[in-house]
Design a protein around this ligand. Structure first.
Ligand code: 3H9
Length: 707
């Protein structure tokens, strides 16, 4: 019996009694309702755990209570364990003990579920005798997204309800499952449209005192081939997440006694929780929420958005249009060139068809998307009184200052004053573009990453004059699209492209000094990048950066170091994968890349022209120089006020440029290294980078660990 009960007088329990500052017990005749009230999302903090533990002990001991309902206040059950506690040893009672108390309670405990029942919250629900949900409920075990596995029996109880293969799929993807599917899978006993509390109380009464513990249920039969397929799918899709550990833990459900399996799950959870990858993924979780904040934004009013124009039907424009349609908006795609417009519409239809074929959309949902799509040939058509007005236009025309300036002028002159003008420019001066519109306060940057339907990063660029209402609208719009918005100031390449350019430049200099492109790529891929910088260049096309270099040629410091190898590649028609050759030679289907003697020759010529005697680089040399370049530029971006905070830079590099998520982003990673290691790498970078390099003052930056 808990120590709590030893000093509690049962007779003193009133119709509503607190068991901690976040948990209270309310009486409904011979039934009890335990309410968790820990805003904003009822995270399972130490106070919540001790409150539930004590309340359940009270229910167990009170002869006037026959059964109990467990529910959350404020429209949600429990969003999971309180992740803020995960950097420290966890306080008792820990979650497995709380769930064990629910299971040991001789009276049935029914979970009444609304909003989110995720992670440890879902595990609490799985420890109850029944689960009643609302139609708005989502359940799931998203732990692998935080670098851990469920640590309170999720890997043992879920398979007993849904079978091994469905449990592997849910746990390894971390997917949030809606009420309707949860009911179908057998996770929920019922879904109620009406009064959740009343329905759960009725259900608790109907159990007649009987316990229905999930731990006692037999494992449902599941064909070996299906389990094996779920395993293989999970392993294929789980890069950077502990899916192998999760699969192993689920496997124990079929091999070990329940309590032995729980103990092993717990041990594995604790090992992962205290590891580097989990710390990095927790950092990114909070970084994502922090990035939404900007002075004054909370109080700014967002404009209602219903109909969005996308100007420019190229690959980027049609990708943006697809993403906007999927989020439920009306879209008008605009392009003055009829063939381009038709091709863009075709790409949108193909993208929809691909989603249907992959089972991500139903035919019906896809039809709804396409029903909301219209087309126009000119910006002037947007002013046509017969057409419904657009609330925002996103221009995604050719990345050229003259072209975009003219487009901004037209949009400013044509659109009603309330409509927002967004530019998808990735490098150009947004302030100059905003001035061209004649109403700079309604101009904002929306820098999408290709492919726009899949990439989660969206840089939201605030120009000098951008109104807070416009910035708020753009940020909220990004969230509605399911993106991760990061607010950037104006500067060449904003946050991401500026830092990435500095990284790529050092990688090219290393090639000039003696490293081979494939050695650089292999070193960065070994660090955890999905692709090395040269493979990325070939994939996205070398002509984009080439065009950008030519744009900047007139303003470039003539004394600054410049690597001409990429220019030589482009001049030779080697534009990357699309031409079959770039830094590598590519197979016809684009699946394999191989070093090319022609590239070696170009490199040797460039080395000779620069008077370089090639030297060998170890993978560690390459990684530290490249990473120091990213960190150095990241700090310059921060000091220039283009990024608001270090964690914004981490989000941009992870979600836009393939920096490994389980390292938390470049500045988080650097902060976990001994300071001396980072300073030595920065000093080496400064010594090797050549004329024009701007060192940041890393030593005075408070990010780095002192040892
Ligand atoms: C776990 O449970 C492991 C167990 O197996 C272990 C067993 C031993 N902790 O997202 P929002 C904060 S791992 C602490 O903007 P929404 C968040 O930082 C956990 N804080 O709201 C923000 O703070 P602020 C598994 C949390 O309405 C505020 O709440 N669970 C937690 O857009 C509002 O959050 C998950 O991974 C937390 N667990 O979305 C679920 N959750 O205002 C994580 C949120 O200071 N949570 N906060 O910026 C979510 O997915 C979303 O928060 C949710 C609401 C969908 C619930």
């Amino acid at each position: 019996m808990s120590s709590f009960l030893e000093d509690t007088h049962l007779s003193a329990i009133s119709p509503s009694s607190s068991f901690s500052d976040t948990v209270r017990l309310e009486r409904e005749g011979r039934l009890a309702v335990v309410v968790i009230d820990n805003p904003p999302v009822n995270a399972g903090s130490a106070s919540v755990r001790s409150g539930i533990h004590a309340a359940v002990a009270h229910v167990a001991a009170d002869p006037d209570i026959d059964a109990c309902v467990l529910m959350g206040a404020g429209g949600s059950f429990i969003a999971g364990s309180d992740i803020r506690e995960f950097d420290q040893p966890l306080a008792d009672p820990q979650l497995p003990a709380v769930i064990a108390a629910i299971e040991a309670c001789p009276k049935p405990v029914v979970a009444a579920l609304d909003g989110a029942a995720l992670g440890g919250g879902f595990e609490v629900a799985l420890g109850c005798d029944a689960r009643i949900g609302t139609p708005h409920l989502v359940v799931g075990l998203p732990e692998v997204q935080l670098g851990i596995i469920p640590g309170a029996g999720g890997t043992q109880r879920l398979p007993r309800l849904v079978g091994m293969s469905a449990a592997i799929e849910m746990i390894c993807s971390g997917r949030r499952v809606k009420a309707e599917e949860a009911l179908r899978l057998g996770i929920l006993d019922a879904v109620t449209e009406g009064d959740l509390r009343g329905a759960a109380l009725d259900h608790a009464s109907s159990l007649g005192g009987a316990k229905r513990r999930v731990r006692d249920a037999p494992l449902p039969a599941d064909p070996v081939a299906r389990v094996e397929k779920a395993r293989q799918d999970a392993l294929r899709q789980g890069r950077g997440r502990p899916v192998r550990d999760a699969i192993e833990a689920v496997g124990w459900a079929g091999m070990l006694g329940f309590d032995d399996a729980l103990a092993k799950e717990r041990e594995l959870f604790q090992r992962l929780r205290t590891g580097e990858a989990a710390a990095a993924l927790r950092h990114l979780f909070f970084a994502e929420r922090e990035a939404l904040k900007f002075p004054g934004l909370k109080d700014a009013a967002a404009h209602p958005l219903g109909r969005i124009g996308v100007l420019g039907a190229g690959t980027m424009g049609s990708g943006i249009a697809s993403a906007v349609l999927a989020a439920g908006y009306q879209v008008v795609l605009i392009d003055p060139v009829p063939a381009a417009l038709e091709a863009g519409l075709g790409r949108i239809r193909e993208s929809e068809a691909r989603h249907v074929a992959a089972g991500r959309l139903t035919v019906e949902q896809s039809r709804h998307h396409l029903d909301r799509l219209t087309a126009a040939g000119t910006v002037a058509a947007l002013a046509d009184a017969a057409r419904p007005a657009v609330d925002m236009v996103i221009e995604a025309v050719f990345e050229d200052m003259q072209v975009k300036t003219e487009v901004m002028r037209q949009l400013g002159a044509t659109l009603p004053g309330s409509a927002i003008i967004a530019s998808n420019t990735s490098y150009l001066d947004l302030d100059a573009l905003a001035e061209a519109s004649g109403s700079p306060e309604r101009v904002v940057g929306l820098h999408f990453f290709a492919p726009a339907t899949l990439m989660r990063l969206l840089e939201v660029v605030k120009g000098r004059a951008t109104g807070l209402d416009v910035l708020r609208t753009a940020r909220d719009f990004a969230r509605t699209l399911g993106k991760i918005p990061v607010i950037s100031g104006v500067g060449d390449g904003f946050i991401g492209n500026r830092i990435y350019s500095a990284y790529r430049a050092q990688c090219e200099f290393m090639v000039e000094e003696g490293a081979m492109p494939q050695e650089v790529d292999a070193a960065m891929e070994a660090f955890g990048f999905a692709l090395g910088p040269f493979a990325v260049g070939d994939l996205s096309g070398l002509d984009i950066a080439w065009k950008n270099r030519r744009r900047l040629a007139a303003t470039r410091d003539p004394g600054a170091r410049y690597c001409a190898i990429p220019d030589r590649l482009c001049e030779a028609g080697r534009l990357g994968r699309k031409t079959g050759a770039g830094w590598y030679r590519h197979s016809a289907d684009g699946r394999t890349r191989a070093p090319d003697p022609e590239v070696l020759q170009l490199i040797e010529e460039a080395r000779a022209a620069a008077g370089v005697v090639p030297r060998a680089f170890s993978p560690e040399d390459i990684q530290m120089r490249a990473l120091a370049a990213i960190v150095n530029e990241g700090i310059l971006v921060l000091e220039a006020g283009i990024a608001q905070r270090a964690s914004d830079i981490d989000l941009v590099l992870v979600h836009g440029y393939g920096f490994p998520a389980d390292r938390g982003g470049p500045l988080f990673w650097a902060g976990r290294q001994p300071k001396a290691r980072i300073l030595a790498a920065a000093a080496n970078l400064a010594a090797k980078a050549g004329p024009g390099f701007r060192p940041a003052d890393l030593g005075r930056w408070p990010l780095f660990s002192p040892t």
